[in-house]
Design a protein around this ligand. Structure first.
Ligand code: HMG
Length: 405
């Protein structure tokens, strides 16, 4: 470890072009819409069309990042993709992205997998790596959350990617390297056997596992830093559904209020966590990227400039592995307003019906041909199908070979 500051230098979000209103899903499932809107705290859910996949989403986020913030591609010496939505048993998504972006050959390129913790695993490795060199690391979280139709998890689906540049002297968020507040436990709360496209989940148990991991990492964080909830300005969580962030915050509030007097729960929650959750409410769970989507939400929230403020960040991946990170925002952060990609993608989205959502699912699973769907979502990269066992991608849809799912 060195005394160099390391952390997030830039960030960019990609959200698919289509969304479903949870009210329409509630109606189809015969459920009161308030169960999804209020009980889970969601509103809309990003839907990935079948000519996009975790590779194209990762490449879109990374391309926007490199172009918007003038990142010199030659400065990137490591690409790590955090994902639980692999497209190949051997070749990592990072390798496809490295090729699609034309990154230098002098580069380490691999995926990091542990459910929703994957991107954080990549991030912490990149922080150590950047502490001793002037190169930058590209960390991308990309995932599609899929549960069975009409299952309890279905209203918590989503899709999206968040790309981040990690470097020394970061201009966005300095992350403390001397804290090791991690936790792991071998549990079957949520998993996806290789023969399934949807997750198997023990919903109520997964909530318990998440909260136990939170308590353990928070205790370790407190012991190592001497800091507690009152010393933080913001507290961001992994957000499988927005109400989970409330449950998590309430758990820490309960612990802390035994030791010190705190403002009312609803006020302090809104100021520290709730203010950032609007993005997660629009997109749904994007697994490895959900925590970083909340970070983008915070940066894009009107009237909030988190400059020089402290943020706690709780990352949780089922299975399970968790970590509590501490960040400190650098100088003026108003430059992020309208620049993370979040507002741009959300403002151009198209609402689809429940029936179209079901068709898209069927096309993705190869049950119906693609040409029964009208696509044309304006994304730069397209997934074109598999030819001679190789996944083919293109950046000009007119020349793309025909899709064969
Ligand atoms: P459920 O069966 O819908 O649960 O499953 P419920 O019946 O308890 O209802 C949920 C809430 O809605 C309750 O509120 C109800 O009271 C309320 P709560 O008591 O929790 O505060 N409710 C209503 N509110 C208003 N109006 C109404 C109404 N009706 C009911 N009419 C569950 C919920 C989260 C279990 C399910 O969605 C699920 O299985 N989700 C997937 C698993 C998950 O997200 N787990 C979270 C922790 S694990 C994690 O975060 C990792 C993960 O991201 C994966 C990874 O790491 O890769 C998932």
């Amino acid at each position: 470890m060195t005394d160099r500051e390391v952390g997030i230098d830039a960030l960019s979000v990609y959200i698919p072009h289509f969304y479903l209103d949870l009210k329409d899903m509630a109606q189809a499932n015969g459920v009161d819409p308030d169960k999804y809107y209020v009980g889970l705290g969601g509103k809309h859910m990003a839907i990935l069309p079948p000519d996009e996949d975790p590779v194209t989403m990762a490449a879109e986020a990374a391309k926007a990042l490199v172009e918007s913030w003038n990142i010199d591609k030659k400065s990137i010496g490591m690409v790590i993709v955090g994902t639980e939505s692999s497209v190949d048993g051997a070749k990592p998504i990072a390798s496809f992205v490295h090729g699609l972006l034309g990154l230098p050959t002098e580069c380490r390129v691999f995926d990091a997998q542990h459910a929703c913790y994957g991107a954080t695993a990549g991030l912490t490795m990149a922080l150590n790596w950047c502490a001793t060199r002037d190169k930058k690391a590209l960390i991308i979280a990309t995932d599609v959350a899929r549960y069975d139709v009409r299952s309890a998890g279905e209203p918590t689906q989503g899709a999206g990617a968040v790309a981040m540049v990690i470097s020394s002297n970061p201009s966005l968020l300095k992350i403390r390297q001397d804290i090791d507040a991690a936790y792991s436990n071998h549990v079957f709360d949520f998993f996806r056997p290789l023969y399934r496209s949807t997750a198997v989940v023990d919903g109520k148990f997964s909530l318990e596992c998440y909260l136990t991991a939170l308590e353990c990492t928070y205790e370790r964080f407190k012991k190592q830093t001497g800091l507690n909830l009152s010393d933080l300005d913001f507290l961001l969580f992994h957000v499988p559904f927005p109400k989970m962030a409330y449950k998590a915050f309430a758990r820490l509030y309960e612990i802390e209020s035994k030791e010190r007097s705190l403002p009312p729960l609803s006020d302090i929650f809104e100021d520290m966590t709730g203010c950032a959750l609007w993005a997660n409410r629009e997109v749904g769970n994007i697994y490895s990227g959900s925590l970083y989507l909340a970070l983008a939400g915070l940066l894009e929230t009107p009237n909030i400039n988190p400059a020089t403020k402290k943020v706690g960040m709780f990352s949780y991946g089922s299975g399970c592995c968790a970590e509590f990170l501490l960040g400190e925002f650098k100088g003026d952060q108003t430059r992020w307003k309208g620049k993370t990609g979040l507002i741009g993608h959300l403002s151009k989205r198209v609402k689809i019906s429940y029936e179209e959502y079901i068709k898209i699912r069927e096309a993705y699973e190869g049950k119906i041909p693609l040409n029964t769907l009208s696509l044309g979502n304006g994304s730069y990269y397209k997934y074109c199908g598999i030819i001679e066992h190789k996944r083919i991608y293109d950046n000009s849809s007119s020349d793309a070979p025909p899709m064969s799912t």
